[in-house]
Design a protein around this ligand. Structure first.
Ligand code: SAM
Length: 332
C-alpha cells in the first residue's frame, strides 16, 4: 500500500515523510491505488490533512471539527489543489464559473471569493426569502432568509479582486432560471456549484437548470450545505428522503450522472488515523462535495457511500447534527 501511495503522489509523499511521519501519509493507507478519480480524492485528502496539521488556525490540530459550520467550504482549496496537480482540468480551472444558489447575506459568497480568487461568481436568490413551498420542516417557512435586495452592496464587496464582475440573478427559481439565461449572461461551465437553498423544490430547480443548460461538465464540483439537515432533524438514516439530498439523487438518475465524493461526509473513512472523527480527514465536517465523473450513463451513482451504520455513527457524533436533532425535539 505504501508503494501505491508513493507511486501516485511522489512529491507529496516525500513532503509528508519529511514533515509528519506517519500522519498524512497514513491517510493514504486506504488507497485503492485505482482510478484517476479515487486518486484525485486521495490527493485532496492528503493536501487537506497537511493544511490541517500545520495551520496556525487549527489550534486543536486534528480536532474533530476543523473547519466548523459553513467554513467546511474551505476544504475546496484542497480539492482545487488536487485538480490543479492532476493537470486535467485546465479549461474548467481557467474559464469555469462558480455558481451559488442561495445567497441570503452573501457570507458564503465572500468565502467563495477567498477560496476561488479571481474566478467569476454568479449568485441566484429571490432576495425575498424561501418560496411558498417551504412547509416548516427544520423550521423553514416561506419568507425566511429575506435579506432584501443587497445585490449592489455585495457586488461592491466581492468585485475588488474578481476577473469579471460578480453577478446576481434575482427571483424565485421557478421563474428566474430560464432557458435563455445561459446565452443572455454568457454563463460558462461550472467549476463549482454551491447548493444552499434548503428545500427539495429549490434544489431540483437549481440543479435541473444547470444540467439542462449544459453548464455541468465532467470535473464540475457540486456541494450541499443542507445535506444533513433533514436526516438529523428526523434522526433518520434515510438520507435521500427529502430536501437537497432527494434532489441530488433525482438529478443523478435523470441525467445519468456518476458522482465521486471528494470531501465531507459522503464517505466514511474508518481507516483514517484515529478514526473518522479523530484526525484531519477531508471527509470530516458538515457539507459533502461531489465531483461529476460521467454524464449520460445508464448506471448513475450518487457518490454517497455511507452505509446506514456509518450514518448512525456520524449522526451520533457530529455536534451540528446533534444540535439539529435537539432543536427538532424542542420544537415538538
Ligand atoms: C440558508 S439561506 C442561504 C445562506 C447563504 N448561503 C449565506 O451565506 O448567507 C437560503 C437562501 O436560499 C434562497 N432560496 C431558497 N429557495 C429559493 C427559490 N426557490 N428561489 C429563490 N431563492 C431561493 C432564500 O431566499 C435564501 O436566501
Amino acid at each position: 500500500m505504501a508503494f501505491a501511495a508513493k507511486r501516485c503522489f511522489p512529491a507529496l509523499f516525500f513532503l509528508f515523510r519529511a514533515t509528519s511521519p506517519g500522519f498524512c501519509t497514513a491517510a493514504l493507507a486506504g488507497a485503492p491505488g485505482g482510478s484517476f478519480w479515487e486518486n484525485l480524492a486521495l490527493r485532496a485528502n492528503s493536501h487537506h490533512c497537511e493544511l490541517c496539521r500545520t495551520s496556525p488556525q487549527s489550534a486543536e490540530k486534528g480536532a474533530p471539527h476543523y473547519h466548523q459550520g459553513p467554513s467546511w467550504r474551505l476544504k475546496l482549496r484542497s480539492v482545487i489543489a488536487a485538480m490543479q496537480e492532476s493537470g486535467n482540468f485546465a479549461e474548467l480551472l481557467g474559464q469555469g464559473h462558480v455558481y451559488q444558489f442561495g445567497v441570503f447575506s452573501g457570507w458564503t459568497m465572500g468565502l467563495l471569493r477567498r477560496v476561488f480568487g479571481r474566478t467569476c461568481l454568479v449568485g441566484f436568490d429571490s432576495f425575498e426569502g424561501l418560496p411558498e413551498e417551504a412547509d416548516g420542516t427544520a423550521g423553514w417557512t416561506p419568507g425566511l432568509f429575506n435579506s432584501g435586495d443587497i445585490r449592489d452592496m455585495l457586488a461592491d464587496q466581492l468585485d475588488s479582486v474578481g476577473r469579471c464582475k460578480t453577478r446576481f440573478v434575482k427571483g424565485f427559481f421557478n421563474t428566474s432560471l430560464t432557458i435563455g439565461l445561459k446565452d443572455e449572461m454568457k454563463l460558462q461551465p461550472a467549476l463549482y456549484i454551491d447548493i444552499d437553498v434548503d428545500l427539495y423544490i429549490s434544489s431540483i430547480q437549481a440543479l435541473d437548470f444547470m444540467f439542462a443548460s449544459g453548464l455541468v461538465q465532467v470535473g464540475t464540483l457540486i456541494s450541499y450545505d443542507d445535506w444533513w439537515v433533514i436526516p438529523c432533524w428526523h434522526n433518520s438514516t434515510n438520507v435521500f428522503d427529502d430536501g437537497e439530498t432527494q434532489a441530488h439523487v433525482e438529478i443523478a438518475r435523470k441525467y445519468g450522472v456518476r458522482f465521486n465524493c471528494v470531501s465531507g461526509p459522503c464517505k466514511y473513512i474508518s481507516e483514517a488515523p484515529g478514526g473518522f472523527f479523530g484526525r484531519c480527514t477531508i471527509h470530516n465536517g458538515w457539507g459533502p462535495i461531489f465531483q461529476v465523473v460521467e454524464i449520460g450513463t445508464d448506471h448513475f451513482d450518487t457518490g454517497f457511500t455511507m452505509s446506514p451504520a456509518d450514518i448512525s455513527r456520524w449522526e451520533a457524533r457530529n455536534y451540528e447534527c446533534i444540535e439539529m436533532e435537539q432543536a427538532s425535539k424542542n420544537k415538538s
